[in-house]
Design a protein around this ligand. Structure first.
Ligand SMILES: Nc1nc2c(c(=O)[nH]1)N[C@H]1C(S)=C(S)[C@@H](COP(=O)(O)O)O[C@H]1N2
Ligand SMILES: [Mo]
Length: 258
């Protein structure tokens, strides 16, 4: 074979491989959380893959009894309307103040994105839906833990009602402070993942995320986002980089299973 033909063949082979590799890579990124090409983030990938491989996705975390309920500090944002708050959002803070002044009667939770039936629910709507009450341990990344009883509507119920499209892989949520975050479908559909409106038998207090917060019992405390106002189902991973709202912008992992 002539040298020129050999080179052409080689080129084809190399181009073919590159294309194949690209396909493989993009195939990969569909199954795994992002690493941002950042080596430090490879730990996330390992934890996530390892946990998903080793644990059945829907195993329940331990639930406690009433006598185990402990005192519970309020951490991070304790009032989204306070302009001095560490995660104050100048648009959402005042909006929260107005809603709170009317006892959250006008508050609505929206479910949108990759769903067949986007929805908007009042607090009363949520309280009419099937509820789940669970006494669980909250573990904060700062080294403390506390036990409380949470009552709310399973996120899976709202997702089923909204009709999640088959392409959907993540559930993101936005709050009344400068926070947004997300979880994958395994955690979103987990029976103990609830939108909680009650804590220890009472309405959820403002300092603990009222009127509604997420409880993601399968991950550390900061994934249990307070003051949720909007749930967005997505096909692609969102890192909230532009708005600097997500944990990744603060050097926290996106996935921290416990
Ligand atoms: N919207 C919002 N959610 C949040 C936070 C926050 O500052 N803002 N802090 C997180 C952290 S680090 C913890 S430990 C818990 C604290 O919840 P608590 O105030 O009910 O103890 O909320 C999490 N969810
Ligand atoms: Mo935390």
């Amino acid at each position: 074979m002539k040298l020129s033909r050999l080179i052409t063949r080689r080129k084809t082979l190399v181009t073919g491989l590159a294309a194949g590799g690209g396909l493989l890579l993009s195939g990969c990124s569909k199954e795994l959380p992002p690493t941002y090409g950042n080596l430090l983030r490879m730990g996330d990938l390992l934890t996530y893959s390892a946990q998903r491989a080793l644990l059945p996705g829907q195993s329940l975390v331990r639930e406690y009894s009433h006598k185990d309920i402990s005192s519970f500090p309020a951490i991070g944002t304790t009032n989204p309307a306070d302009p001095g708050g560490i995660r104050y959002n100048s648009t959402q803070g005042p909006a929260y103040e107005l809603l709170r002044a009317r006892g959250f009667a006008d508050w609505r939770l929206t479910i949108e994105g990759s769903v067949a039936r986007p929805g908007s629910y009042s607090l009363e709507d949520l309280k009419r839906f099937p509820s789940r009450t669970q006494i669980t341990r909250h573990t904060c990344e700062e080294g403390w833990s506390a036990i409380a009883e949470w009552t709310g509507v399973p996120l899976s119920f709202l997702l089923d009602a909204a009709g999640v499209l088959p392409t959907a892989r993540f559930v993101n949520y936005y709050t009344f402070d400068a926070v947004a975050d997300g979880i994958d479908m395994v955690d979103a559909l987990h029976p103990q993942t609830i939108l909680a409106y009650g804590m220890n038998g009472k309405d959820l207090l403002v300092r603990h995320g009222g009127p509604v917060r997420l409880r993601v019992e399968k991950q550390v405390g900061y994934k249990s986002t307070k003051y949720v106002r909007r749930v967005v189902v997505t096909d692609e991973f969102e890192d909230f980089g532009k708005e600097k709202l997500g944990p990744l912008q603060h050097g926290w992992s996106w996935y921290v299973g416990i």
